[in-house]
Design a protein around this ligand. Structure first.
Ligand SMILES: Nc1nc2c(ncn2[C@@H]2O[C@H](COP(=O)(O)OP(=O)(O)OP(=O)(O)O)[C@@H](O)[C@H]2O)c(=O)[nH]1
Ligand SMILES: [Mg+2]
Length: 480
C-alpha cells in the first residue's frame, strides 16, 4: 500500500510476513537509502541499482534497525515521512520494539488490517492501545476484493466492523475500506484515503505539537507503570502485613496511642517512685524530733553517769550500786527514745511507704504485709552506750552533742531500713510494668508495624508521583 501511495516499488511485499524493521521514507529529489545496522554501522545503497538488496535488508530484522529512504514522491515532501513497521502479529520481540519506537515518533497512525482478520481480538486490543497514546488513529481494512457479496451484503460487513470497534470503545479518526488488487471495486475508498493523507500532510503543523506532547505524556505514563510495577511487589508485601492485622488497623493505631501514654507512666514509675520515696523519707528523718527537752535531759543524766569518778553510795561509793545507777539511767534514756522514735519516725515511715505505692497505682497486698510485719529497726541500749565519746564527758555542754549523735545514728538505721523497702517498691513497679504492660507492648508493637508499613507505602507512592510530577514539570517547561 505504501508503494502504491508513493508511486514507487520500494518496499518488499509478500504473502508471508515480510517487513522486519522500520523503513522510513522521506520525500526529496535526491534518491538515497541508508540502512542502520544493529552493530552501529550504516550502509548506503544506490536506490537505482540496489533496490533488491534494500528490500532484503528491510526483511531482515536481525541485522538492521532501521532503513531510511529518500525518494521523490507525489505524496511526500522533505518534511513529511512515512514509516513502515513490522506487523504487530509478529512473535519476534525485536519487531515489537521497532514498532513501539515508531509509534512514539509518529504523529498520525494508519493501522492496516487484512479483510479476513479485521475482527480479531489482537486488532481490537492493539487499536485500543493506539488510541490511548492520544494520537489520531485511522483504520484501514484492505483487501476488500476478498469480499463475497453473495455471503454477506458489504454494507452489513462494514457495519459489523464499525460495531466491533465500537463495542471495544474504540472510535477511530477514520475508517477506510480499500483494495489494491481491484482498484475499481465499488466499495474501494483508496482515493479517499489518499486525499486524507494529502490533507493531513498539508495541515501537519496542527498535528505536531499535539503529537509531541501526546508521545511524551504516553512515555511518562509508561515510565510510571514500570516504576509502579517495580514497587508493586514490595507494596503487596506491605499490604499483606497490614491485612494480617485485620481490617481495624486504624483502631489498633488509635488504641495504641492511648495505651502508650499509660505505658510510659508505668515505665517511668520505678525511677519516679524511688525518687519520691527518698525525698519523703529524707524529709521526715531530717525533721523528726526524737530528742526533745526531756529526752535530752535523760541523755544528760546518762552521760553524767559515765563521767570518771561518778559514784553512788556513801563516801567512796558502792561499785555495784554505781553500775546499777548507770544502767538505770541508760534504760530510762533508751525507753524514752524508743517511745519517741516509735511515734515520730517508725509509724510515719510505714505510712509514707504504703501511700507512695498507692499513689503510683501499684497496690500490692504482699508489699502492705511486708511493711506491716517486717519493717523493723532494732536498736539496743548498747548503741546508746557505745555512742558516748570519752573525750567530751568533761564538758557540761556535751549532753547536747550526745543527743544529736544518737538521734543521727538511729535515723541512719531508719534510712537504711527504708531503703530496703524503697527497693522493694521499685521492684514492684518494674514487675507491674512488665506484666500489666504485656498487652500494651503487644498492641504498641503492632501499631509500630502498621505505622512502618503505611509510611513505606506512602513513601513509595510519593516517589512514584514525584517522578511523574518532575517529568511533567520538564514537559511544561518548569524544569525538574
Ligand atoms: N487480495 C488482495 N491482496 C493484497 C492486497 N494488498 C496486498 N495484498 C497481498 O497481501 C500480501 C501481503 O502484503 P504486504 O504488502 O507484504 O503486507 P504487509 O502489511 O506489508 O505485510 P508484512 O510486511 O508481512 O507485515 C501480499 O501477498 C500482497 O500481494 C489487496 O488489496 N487484495
Ligand atoms: Mg510490509
Amino acid at each position: 500500500m505504501i508503494n502504491q501511495l508513493l508511486g514507487a516499488d520500494i518496499l518488499p511485499s509478500s504473502p508471508i510476513p515480510t517487513s522486519a524493521n522500520i523503513v522510513e521514507i522521506k520525500g526529496g529529489a535526491h534518491k538515497q537509502a541508508l540502512a542502520y545496522l544493529t552493530d552501529g554501522d550504516a550502509i548506503e545503497f544506490d536506490l537505482e541499482t540496489e533496490l533488491e538488496q534494500i528490500k532484503n535488508y528491510a526483511a531482515d530484522g536481525n541485522k538492521v534497525v532501521k532503513i531510511e529512504i529518500t525518494h521523490p514522491s507525489k505524496l511526500l515532501s522533505e518534511h513529511v515521512s512515512v514509516m513502515d513497521t513490522p506487523g504487530i502479529d509478529s512473535t519476534d520481540d525485536a519487531h515489537k520494539v521497532s514498532t513501539e519506537s515508531a509509534l512514539h515518533l509518529a504523529d498520525v497512525i494508519f493501522y492496516v488490517m487484512d479483510y479476513n482478520h479485521v475482527q480479531s481480538e489482537l486488532n481490537f486490543s492493539f487499536t485500543k492501545t493506539l488510541k490511548d497514546r492520544g494520537k489520531p488513529v485511522y483504520l484501514v481494512v484492505n483487501q476488500i476484493d476478498k469480499h463475497m457479496d453473495f455471503e454477506l451484503d458489504f454494507e452489513e460487513y462494514r457495519d459489523s466492523v464499525r460495531e466491533g470497534f465500537a463495542t471495544w470503545g474504540i472510535e477511530p479518526d477514520g475508517l477506510f475500506f480499500t483494495s489494491l488488487m481491484e482498484a475499481d471495486h465499488e466499495e474501494n475508498m483508496y482515493d479517499q484515503l489518499e486525499d486524507k493523507l494529502h490533507q493531513l500532510f498539508a495541515d501537519k503543523a496542527a498535528l505536531l505539537s499535539n503529537s509531541v506532547v501526546a508521545s511524551a505524556l504516553y512515555l511518562i505514563e509508561e515510565h510510571a507503570k514500570v516504576r509502579a510495577a517495580k514497587n508493586a511487589e514490595r507494596k503487596a508485601e506491605l499490604r499483606a502485613v497490614l491485612d494480617s492485622f485485620g481490617e481495624d488497623t486504624e483502631e489498633i493505631v488509635g488504641q495504641a496511642q492511648v495505651l502508650q501514654e499509660e505505658y510510659s507512666v508505668w515505665l517511668a514509675a520505678p525511677e519516679a517512685l524511688a525518687e519520691d520515696l527518698k525525698k519523703a523519707v529524707g524529709s521526715l528523718l531530717d525533721n523528726a524530733k526524737i530528742t526533745p527537752f526531756q529526752t535530752t535531759e535523760k541523755a544528760g543524766a546518762y552521760v553524767a553517769s559515765r563521767r570518771p569518778g561518778f559514784k553512788v553510795g556513801f563516801l567512796f561509793g558502792n561499785a555495784k550500786k554505781t553500775q546499777e545507777e548507770i544502767d538505770n539511767r541508760l534504760q530510762a534514756l533508751y525507753s524514752d527514745l524508743q517511745d519517741k522514735v516509735q511515734t515520730n519516725i517508725d509509724w510515719h515511715i510505714r505510712g509514707i511507704l504504703v501511700q507512695a505505692v498507692e499513689r503510683f497505682n501499684l497496690h500490692d497486698e504482699a508489699f502492705h504485709k511486708a511493711v506491716a510485719d517486717t519493717f523493723h529497726v532494732d536498736f539496743q541500749p548498747e548503741l546508746l552506750a557505745a555512742a558516748v565519746k570519752e573525750g567530751g564527758l568533761s564538758s557540761d555542754e556535751y549532753m547536747y552533742q550526745y543527743a544529736k549523735d544518737i538521734a543521727a545514728e538511729i535515723k541512719s538505721l531508719y534510712r537504711r531500713e527504708a531503703q530496703r523497702f524503697i527497693e522493694m517498691g521499685v521492684a514492684l513497679a518494674k514487675r507491674r510494668a512488665e506484666t500489666d504492660g504485656a498487652q500494651h507492648r503487644d498492641l504498641i508493637a503492632k501499631a509500630e508495624q502498621i505505622g512502618a508499613a503505611l509510611t513505606e507505602i506512602e513513601a513509595l507512592n510519593r516517589a512514584e508521583q514525584g517522578d511523574v510530577d518532575s517529568l511533567i514539570g520538564i514537559l511544561s517547561g518548569k524544569g525538574a
